[in-house]
Design a binder for this molecule. Sequence first.
Ligand SMILES: NC(=O)c1ccc[n+]([C@@H]2O[C@H](COP(=O)([O-])OP(=O)(O)OC[C@H]3O[C@@H](n4cnc5c(N)ncnc54)[C@H](O)[C@@H]3O)[C@@H](O)[C@H]2O)c1
Length: 352
Amino acid sequence: MIQLIKQNIVSRDLSYDITISSSIIEEKLNYYESSNLNPLYIVDENISKIYSKLLPYDKDRVYIFTANEKNKTFKELIKIEEFLSKNNALRGSTLIALGGGITGDITGFAASIFMRGIPFIQIPTTYLSMVDSSIGGKTGINFDDAKNIIGSFYQPKEVIIDINFLETLNDEEFLNGFAETIKVAAISDIDFFNLIYDNYQNIIDRDQELLLKIIEQSCVLKSNIVKEDTYETNKRMLLNFGHTLAHAIEIDSDNQITHGYAVALGMIYEMKYGVEKGYIKEEAYIKILDMLKRFNYQTEYKINNTDIFLSALLKDKKSTSKGITLVLTDENMVGKIVEKIDAELLLNIFND
Ligand SMILES: NC(=O)c1ccc[n+]([C@@H]2O[C@H](COP(=O)([O-])OP(=O)(O)OC[C@H]3O[C@@H](n4cnc5c(N)ncnc54)[C@H](O)[C@@H]3O)[C@@H](O)[C@H]2O)c1
C-alpha cells in the first residue's frame, strides 16, 4: 500500500496541504459531503463519465465542464459564475475542481472572483495537473489568442492527489504532463534529473511506487520555488523553462500540439538558442535533448505561420518591458533567466 505524503506550502500569505496518495479520493469526497463546507463541484466531463460513482447524489451541485482550450474562455467562466449564483454559493461554499489543468485553472479563477473569493479545493486528475497546475495558485482563462492571459493568483485550500486517477489516463496525456516533471528537474535538481533519466522505462511502465516518489519530488520542487516567489517576480520565472516558445507552438499548431509536448519542444529550441548565443554549453542542450528523446517526445517543429507564431510570442505574458524572457539551464541543471530576447532571432532557430 502506498503511503500518504503531505507537503505543506507555507509562505507569507499561503499555507495549504498537498496530499499525495492512492485510493484516498472516496474518503475525501465523503468527508466534504458530510462537512459544513457546502461543496459545489466543477467536474471534467470525461471524469464525470469514468468516475460517475464519485459524484454526489445531488447533481444540481455539479457543473460538468468540457475541458479543452477553446472552452477555457469567458463564455464558460460566466456559466460557472451562473452556476455558483444559482446554487447560492455564499461565503460558506467551497468550490471543488475535479479534473485536469484546464478544469482546475478555470475553476480557480471562477472561485477567485465570485464574491471576491470563495474557498476552492484542487483535485487534479491528470499527471500534468498533479505535478504542476494544481500547485502554486495560478488560475486563468485564454483570451484573444493568448493563453492564460486573464487570471489571478488564488491559492486553493488544499490539493488532493490520488494517483489512482492515472490508471485511466492514456499514455499521450501521461507524457503530456511528464514534460513538466522533466522541466522542474532540469532547472533545479540534477539528482532528480538523473533518476528520471536512469529509470525512464519504469516510468513509462508506470511503476506505482516510483511514480509516487516522482510526483512527490515534482511537487516539492515546485512548491519550494512558489514559496520563495509566489507572484512570479523573480525565481518563479524559472518554472517557465520551455514555456516562452511552448505557448506560441500551441497557438501556431492550433492546439494540435498540447501543452506538455509544446513545453518539450520549447525546452529544446530555447536551449538551442542558448547555445547559439553562448549563454550555455552545448553539453547542457544535449542532456535535455537526450532526456526528451528517451521518452519519445517530438523533438522537431516547423512553424506553420510565422505571423501567428510571432504575435503569440509577443502577446505572451513572459513578454514584458524587458522584452521576451527565456529560461535556460546549465549542464548542472541550474536554471537561469535571460531577458531581452530578439524575437526574430528566436524564430530563426526553427530554420537551422
Ligand atoms: N495553473 C498553472 O500553473 C498551470 C501550469 C501548467 C499548465 N497549466 C494549464 O493546464 C492545462 C493543461 O492541463 P491538462 O494537461 O491536465 O489538460 P486537460 O485538463 O485538458 O486534460 C486533458 C484530457 O484528459 C482528460 N482527463 C482528465 N483526467 C483524466 C483521467 N484521470 N482519466 C482519463 N482522462 C482524463 C480530460 O478530459 C482531457 O480530455 C493548460 O490549459 C495549461 O495552460 C496551468
